[in-house]
Design a protein around this ligand. Structure first.
Ligand SMILES: NC(=O)c1ccc[n+]([C@@H]2O[C@H](COP(=O)([O-])OP(=O)(O)OC[C@H]3O[C@@H](n4cnc5c(N)ncnc54)[C@H](O)[C@@H]3O)[C@@H](O)[C@H]2O)c1
Length: 432
């Protein structure tokens, strides 16, 4: 297993649990040491600590920084290191290429190489295969098998998803597909689903995530339309989705993370002029939502200049410790542009880990600084926030519920205004 992160480590533990001897490879010494001591360096994944402890104790899992040596001892190699993306969504292959070269240097005849990292269409066959061939002196197909299988798990509930989600597999040729299917059938309980080739498997993941992005953009556009027409948008979407073909997602102040807002760009990266215009428009719509949310807050408070605004949740979504492409960045920037003094609180992070956000980090919601905020923005509604008593914020005049997470009535009971994307301005202050 190459890459022992939030996805790679649970997978390594899963395979070890199925009786395979797993060598986990990572570039970080501390990750390798922690695992070899029988511990997980990831703490948010239910069941992972126990699974790693059992696998290491049972002798089925060990970790190393020596990727090439580990590959030389393996019959199958699974690569799940991230494909990095710049802030303006340009792909940076250095990480993935480095991992691929290290794999290539250890590759022997008959090995199965599987990529699970989400990739632009064609990458496995056109970029990674040739790189493996160059480093190993072997030929993909005739000397080693090569396949792509997208990882679709949801961090935080990986072991449950592993049992449920069909595993999509596509090889560079028939023999590679067959070898990959046989491997996954041995290590997973879920259905294994072969598709025609690596390109189809790569595209399936991009289609799935882009569908979600465009769907959210549609929900956002519909919600903004509804807001000026006395519509209760929550009720309207619920009613619409009672028709089995309607799956309208939830409107929000933005889409974050290293998947949904990023993968559409893998498609747009090689799209011809005019191709995928809906995808491009959806992306732009979702990127605009943070500013729109802050404008609503500005309207409610009659301007934000000099006002203290507390952002709850820095993570890109609830209950995961991950800042990648988090909407928190655009919310903080928009609030600052509007002249607000921005505070941020996220119990999943140490204050130093939030240094990239230009906001004052509030460690304790009981602190006097927190009590004096004029408004709150719900950016990621972590489990820890449930049961939050709004009355602790003595001067609070408005809540921008960016995730549709809390009861509007609960906010209004304190005398504050409840704002959400799609809540109409004329209805915002009134009880439902
Ligand atoms: N996290 C998710 O929710 C999720 C969901 C579905 C799919 N994925 C896919 O999984 C990939 C990995 O995600 P993650 O959340 O596990 O990332 P992560 O950042 O948690 O972990 C990646 C690990 O790879 C290691 N690494 C980097 N370069 C390496 C190299 N050259 N050799 C060996 N190890 C190396 C890093 O040190 C790190 O431990 C993503 O890029 C995405 O394609 C992630």
């Amino acid at each position: 297993m190459i890459g022992l992160g939030k996805i790679g480590l649970p997978l390594a533990a899963q395979y070890a649990g199925k009786g395979l001897g797993v060598i986990g490879c990572d570039v970080l010494d501390e990750v390798v040491e922690t695992i070899n001591q029988g511990h997980s360096h990831i703490h948010e994944e239910e069941g992972l600590e126990q699974a790693v402890a059992a696998a290491v104790k049972g002798g089925n899992l060990r970790a190393t920084t020596g990727t090439s040596e580990a590959v030389a001892q393996s019959d199958a190699v699974v690569v799940i290191v991230p494909l990095m993306v710049s802030p303006d969504r340009v792909t940076d292959y250095r990480n993935l290429d480095a991992a691929t070269k290290a794999v290539g240097r250890g590759l022997k005849k008959g090995t199965l190489v599987l990529y699970e990292t989400t990739l632009p269409v064609g990458t496995t066959r056109q970029r990674l295969g040739p790189l493996l061939e160059k480093e190993s002196g072997l030929r993909a197909g005739s000397d080693f098998h090569l396949a792509f299988s997208p990882e679709r798990l949801y961090a935080g509930r990986i072991f449950a998803d592993l049992r449920k989600y069909p595993k999509i597999v596509g090889g560079i040729d028939r023999a590679s597909t067959d070898a990959a299917v046989a491997f996954y059938k041995a290590v997973l309980d879920a259905e294994v689903w072969a598709v025609e080739n690596t390109e189809t498997a790569e595209f399936a993941k991009l289609a799935e995530t882009t569908y979600r992005d465009v769907n959210i953009a549609l929900a956002n556009q519909l919600a903004l339309y509804a807001a000026t027409r006395e519509v209760n948008v929550e009720e309207a979407f619920k009613a619409a989705n009672s028709q089995p073909y309607s799956h309208i997602h939830r409107q929000s102040i933005g889409v974050g993370g290293h998947c949904i807002p990023v993968y559409p760009h893998f498609l747009l990266g090689d799209a011809a002029n005019g191709e995928l215009s809906l995808v491009r428009d959806g992306r732009e719509t979702n990127d605009r939502m943070a500013s729109i949310g802050v404008e609503l807050l500005e309207d409610a408070l009659g301007g934000l200049s000099g006002h203290k605004v507390l952002v709850l949740g820095a993570s890109y979504r609830e209950d995961v410790k991950e800042l990648a492409f988090s909407t928190a960045f655009s919310i903080v920037a928009a609030l600052r542009r509007a002249g607000a003094e921005v505070l941020i609180h996220d119990p999943l992070f140490e204050p130093r880990e939030l240094g990239a956000l230009e906001a004052q980090v509030i460690v304790d919601l009981d602190s006097p600084q927190a009590a004096e905020v004029d408004a709150v923005v719900i950016q990621a509604w972590h489990r820890d926030f449930r049961g939050l008593d709004w009355r602790r914020f003595k001067r609070m005049r408005a809540v921008l519920d960016g995730r549709g997470a809390v009861s509007a009535d609960g906010v209004r009971e304190t005398g504050a205004t409840y704002i959400a994307i799609g809540s109409s301005r004329s209805r915002a202050g009134r009880p439902k």
